[in-house]
Write a protein that binds this ligand. Structure first.
Ligand code: NDP
Ligand code: 2IT
Length: 448
């Protein structure tokens, strides 16, 4: 008889051989199933019913051609994806990413992570993810609209408020959700508000959805610090990225009395020792859609480090909010050496496995993305709730719900880590709580 560890290793080897080349998917699977040994030991029926094997196999994967005309009238072709990973807890739910690096394996890793993240929220949402290798950089509004219309012309038949509910992610914000919703409405002859989230609040979107991922990541950081009898007041923070998640993480950090000294984009880093001026970042990124480099020409005491590594900047709190594998083992060692006390992932899987190990060995509070950035999808579920009841909640009410949800996620992860013999290990805590929630629903449904 193989040991439980050997069985888990075999499952991983099969995932690798059946999904060749999908390295990010392999990485995400490995991190989750490495946490599950004590769970399977305690609850052998999960192994008998092959729940881990089933959870690692997406329910469905859709790949489609997206043809569109650019502003010069030239024909362009991109590839569209939508992966429905697990619908045990609710309709598939997760964002759409438009970025030239997107491959099927990227979408699968994100959808797999979403399974556990969405379960952690405690709300009735399954998991999915989609997107395209389309590059939005430098595209006009008209090109964005034509691309979104073409993308939805295929996607519409696979989604629905009870089936699959996409939202934003990298390269997809309220503007793109607007074009996608418009096309869905036109094709289906239905004003089905709950089919997409991240809508503008002027036509069915939830207040706080825009802010929710960044705010939630900071609420989670605050909870981790509180467990160590510390808080954010006066802490020096570094936030990578300067997109949706980064901007609202910075806003909430500043609201809670922390000092944010750096942010970035894929070209370089802004280091502003006296504190990042958030209004400038918001205008440059949200309104003018420019590069972060421009910040330094408006703030003469700020430095721009072209191609720089943001993690070399000394800080107590580090929030990676850009993209996967942006923080490696060496960067983690630098952060530890510089006195960092907490890291929370606003992005999905931004820390490499080696980086996570470095933080955990150093005893740093480390909040994995599936817990720390769950505020975005949780608020999407609150948007679905408002759409279903044709209601619109106030900012204060929605923000209070978000705070409560993030507090509950923290408590669940913290207590479960203790219960399974890994106190302070939020990675194990998050993986175990969420795995059990999905597993129990799958078992209840028979063989699915
Ligand atoms: P945005 O498109 O708004 O911003 C992305 C930011 O990350 C930009 O500053 C971008 O820089 C940078 N970035 C993207 N790709 C790379 C790369 N390959 N290398 C370096 N920098 C990069 O996206 P979001 O803020 O929405 O998403 C950021 C992260 O948060 C992603 O991991 C996403 O999956 C995750 N997330 C998002 C949620 C949401 O609600 N939006 C919810 C939960 C997680 P540049 O402009 O130069 O490309
Ligand atoms: O990674 C994520 O959780 C998101 N991009 C948000 C998903 C959603 O459905 O709001």
């Amino acid at each position: 008889m193989p040991t439980i560890r050997q069985r888990i290793e075999t499952i991983y080897d099969e995932v690798v051989s059946r999904n060749p080349g999908e390295v990010e998917f392999h990485q995400a699977v490995k991190e989750v199933i490495e946490s599950l040994e004590p769970v399977v030991r305690k609850y052998p029926h999960y192994a008998e019913q092959k729940i881990i094997e089933r959870i690692c196999e997406p329910e469905r994967q859709i790949i489609f051609r997206v043809p569109w005309h650019d502003d010069k009238g030239e024909v362009r072709i991109n590839r569209g994806f939508r992966v429905g990973f697990n619908s045990a807890l609710g309709p598939y739910k997760g964002g759409l990413r438009f970025h030239p690096s997107v491959l099927l394996g990227t979408i699968k890793f994100l959808a797999f992570e979403q399974t556990f993240k969405n379960a952690l929220t405690g709300l009735p949402i399954g998991s999915g993810k989609g997107g395209s290798d389309f590059d939005p950089k430098g595209r006009s509004d008209a090109e964005m609209m034509r691309f979104c219309q073409s993308f939805m012309t295929e996607l519409y038949r696979h989604i629905g408020e009870m089936t699959d509910v996409p939202a934003g992610d990298i390269g997809v914000g309220a503007r793109e959700i607007g074009y996608l919703f418009g096309q869905y409405k036109r094709i289906t002859n239905r004003y089905e508000s709950g089919v997409l989230t991240g809508k503008s609040p002027s036509w069915g979107g939830a207040l706080v959805r825009k802010e929710s991922t960044g705010y939630g990541t900071v609420f989670f950081t605050e909870a981790m610090l509180k467990a160590k009898k510390m808080d954010l007041q006066g802490q020096t923070c570094v936030v990578s990225g300067s997109g949706n998640v980064a901007i609202y993480a910075i806003q909430q950090l500043q609201a809670l009395g922390a000092k944010v000294v750096a942010c970035s984009d894929s070209s370089g880093v802004i280091y502003h020792k006296s504190g990042i001026h958030l209004e400038t970042v918001q205008r440059l990124k949200e309104v003018e859609r420019k590069r972060i480099k421009e910040y330094a020409s408006e703030h003469k005491d700020a430095e721009y480090l072209e191609g720089g590594n943001i993690w070399t900047i000394p800080c107590e709190v580090a929030l990676p909010c850009a993209t996967q594998n942006e923080l490696n083992g060496d960067s983690a060692r630098t952060l530890v050496a510089n006195g960092c006390i907490a890291v929370a992932e606003g992005a999905n899987m931004p820390t490499t496995p080696e980086g996570v190990q470095v933080f955990q060995k150093a005893g740093i509070a480390f909040g994995p993305g599936k817990a720390a950035n769950a505020g975005g999808v949780a608020t999407s579920a609150l948007e679905m709730q408002q759409n279903a009841s044709r209601d619109a909640w106030s900012f204060e009410h929605t923000e209070a719900r978000l705070r409560e949800i993030m507090g509950n996620i923290h408590t669940d992860c913290y207590r479960t880590a203790e219960e399974f013999g890994a106190p302070g290990n939020y990675v194990h805590g998050a993986n175990i709580v969420s795995f059990r929630r999905v597993a129990e629903a799958m078992l209840a449904f028979g063989l699915i």
